[in-house]
Design a protein around this ligand. Structure first.
Ligand SMILES: C[S@@+](CC[C@H](N)C(=O)[O-])C[C@H]1O[C@@H](n2cnc3c(N)ncnc32)[C@H](O)[C@@H]1O
Length: 316
């Protein structure tokens, strides 16, 4: 097997648009749909996996292009997304919806009879709908600090904010928010405990974090807590080799990320897969793919999106 890679670039995003204020929490607008369809070369009769179902925007597009005869497995860690999609997509042909974490991608796919697939899409982070769901994802709300994609897991944002020791909080804020004043912010959090709502947390952080940066520091710290709660980088690190392994010859992996650290994980995983004895990388197509200015105008949430694509080709 040989893996060809598109979209390798040193450029990374330091953006975190999903927690900005003044957002409406309606249905999620899918990002770079045309680019994803093009990257995956979706065709009738093909077999695909959407590892981040969300509100089903990418799923719907992939399903439409894969008919007649195509099959798509879509999974999400959030049972609410799964339930909604099961209802909405019931009349559609060739769609299988599953609840699960993409860190278990291989096992979930095998369980549903998806092997040697033609394409896999991962659209990372959270959906617009989750922001408005009263689960503490939006810091403008007086909602309890939760932030779990999957409410059956035990660790919540409340645990991280109110129970982590200072050094552990510093690690989360320094590593995931890349915040130079991590220690000061962690101490401010400790002083303000107990912090019960997302809004209280944003207020505690906003006064301390470094000023004059393009993105509100509270936004990045808030996102760092979410990354910790859901172990997002570790899940991604576990999922990517499985995704590459699951691709059939010529199959493609498309990953949309919205955070510099996610993008770095994706870039590294593709590189590593490309340099193993069983796989080789060739850079193809446009380097890093970004949303068009028109898309960013229409859907500002897309502005930090980075799309990377890998292709697995038969060879050795
Ligand atoms: C940006 S949204 C996807 C939006 C979707 N592409 C659409 O068009 O509506 C990301 C989704 O991935 C889910 N998610 C995040 N991490 C996950 C993981 N490790 N395993 C499974 N689902 C995950 C979130 O719950 C969320 O619903």
């Amino acid at each position: 097997m040989v893996v060809k890679v598109a979209g390798m670039s040193a450029e990374v995003a330091a953006d975190a648009p999903e927690h900005d204020d003044n957002r409406r929490f309606a249905r999620h607008v899918p990002v770079m749909v045309a680019e994803v369809l093009d990257a995956l070369q979706v065709r009738p009769g093909g077999v695909y996996v959407d590892g981040t179902l969300g509100d089903g925007g990418h799923l719907e597009a992939v399903q439409a292009r894969s008919q007649p005869g195509g099959r798509v497995l879509a999974l999400d860690a959030d049972p609410a997304a799964v339930e909604r999609a099961r209802e909405r997509f019931a009349p559609y042909q060739g769609i299988v919806i599953a609840h699960g974490n993409f860190r278990d991608l291989l096992e979930i796919a095998e369980r549903h009879g998806f092997q040697a697939v033609d394409g896999i899409v991962l659209d990372l982070g959270l959906s617009t709908r989750q922001l408005g769901g009263g689960r503490g994802f939006s810091f403008s709300d007086d909602t309890p600090l939760d932030m779990r994609f999957d409410p059956s897991q035990t660790l919540t944002a409340d645990d991280v904010v109110n129970r982590y020791r200072e050094d552990a909080l510093v690690r989360v804020i320094r590593d995931y928010a890349e915040e130079p004043r991590a220690k000061g912010i962690a101490r401010a959090i400790l002083r303000q405990r107990p912090i019960r709502t997302a809004r209280e947390f944003a207020q505690a952080v906003a006064g301390v974090a470094a000023r004059g940066q393009r993105i509100n520091p509270a936004t990045r710290v808030f996102q760092a807590i979410r990354i910790e709660v859901n172990q997002e980088l570790a899940s991604l690190e576990q999922a990517l080799p499985q995704a590459i392994q699951m691709l059939g010859p010529g199959g493609r992996l498309a990953v949309l990320s919205y955070h510099s650290l996610e993008d770095a994980v994706v870039k590294r995983a593709i590189r590593q897969a490309a340099h193993t004895a069983a796989a080789k990388v060739a850079v193809v197509g446009p380097k890093l793919r970004r949303p068009s200015p028109e898309e960013v105008r229409f859907n500002p949430r897309s502005r930090s999106a980075r799309l990377r694509v890998a292709e697995r080709i038969a060879g050795r």
